[in-house]
Structures are given as C-alpha cells and as structure tokens.
Design a protein around this ligand. Sequence first.
Ligand SMILES: [Fe+2]
Ligand SMILES: [Fe+2]
Length: 183
Amino acid sequence: MTVTTNLRDDHDLILTTLTCFTTALTRARSEPAVKPQELAPFIEFFRGFADQCHHAKEELLLFPALVRAGLPAHGGPVGCMLEEHQAGRTCLATMHDAIASADDDPQGAMVTLQRQGAAYVELLRSHIAKENGVLFEMADRLLRGDDAARVLDDLRTLAADTDHAAEDQRGRRLAAQMLDRYA
Ligand SMILES: [Fe+2]
Ligand SMILES: [Fe+2]
C-alpha cells in the first residue's frame, strides 16, 4: 500500500458516481417529469464525500507532505489542483442553490443543473486523471520511508475521526443508492 492507494480508491467511487450523474442528467433532459430535487443526492455526495472527505485528505495531508518534500506551495501541480478543488466547490454551491430554489423555478433550476453538472463532470474527470496520472505518481516517488509513514498515519487518524467517518459512510450509502438507480 502506497500513500496514494486510499486516495485512488476514493477516485474510483467518485468516477463511478460521475458516470451515474451523467446518466441522470441525460435522463432528466429526455423526461421532463424529472424534478431538479431528484438530483440532490448527487450534489450531497459530491459535497460530502468528494469535497469534504476526499479533498480534505489531499489538502490537509498529501499536499502539505508534497510541499515538505520540495514541491512549490503556490503554482505548480499542487497550486493547480487547489484551484480546481475551488472551481468544483463553486460549481457545487451553484447546483445546491439551484435545487434550493427549485420549488419556485423548476425550469431555471434544471437549466442550471444541466449546465453546471456537465461542467462539474468534465472538471472532476480531468482533475482525477491528472492526479492519478501525474501528481500521485510523483507523490509515490517523492514520499518514502518516514515521509510516507507520516501520511499513512495521518490518513488512519482522519479515518478514525467521528465526523469524517460519518460523512464517509453517508457518501458511500448515497453512491450505492445512485448506482442502484442509474447504473
Ligand atoms: Fe484533488
Ligand atoms: Fe483527488
């Protein structure tokens, strides 16, 4: 097990859920009866599991370890990944607000969900491809011995945190439901 094994596993679940989200968006385009609120579990999953849990592991544990190992804190691959996390957050907040206003304006909410949803899927797929193919390869080369042990230890401590564990489990349940409905 390397420092990125757990993070790559998260990516697999996020990618599977992105595929289901794309299916749900396509279905909503061809079936006008689909309500914007039906897409809410996806936004909850991406905010809770992908952002709150997974991006926290990267931002609080992996990226600081890479900076300690010599990568620049600003700009460079770490800075680029942080900017993309922020862009994803903005997209999710817009979709969350659209669903919150869907009772008053269901059509407008669906237009926003379609546009922001497609952008989010593209952003996150490309982000994960860069992490899996470039940054994590770099991390596995740079972080060895004590440096790797520290990241693995920090990941175990975070996994044992009650709030983190609850959000992680909630995300996995949501993903299983979405997979069941849209795969
Ligand atoms: Fe990331
Ligand atoms: Fe990631």
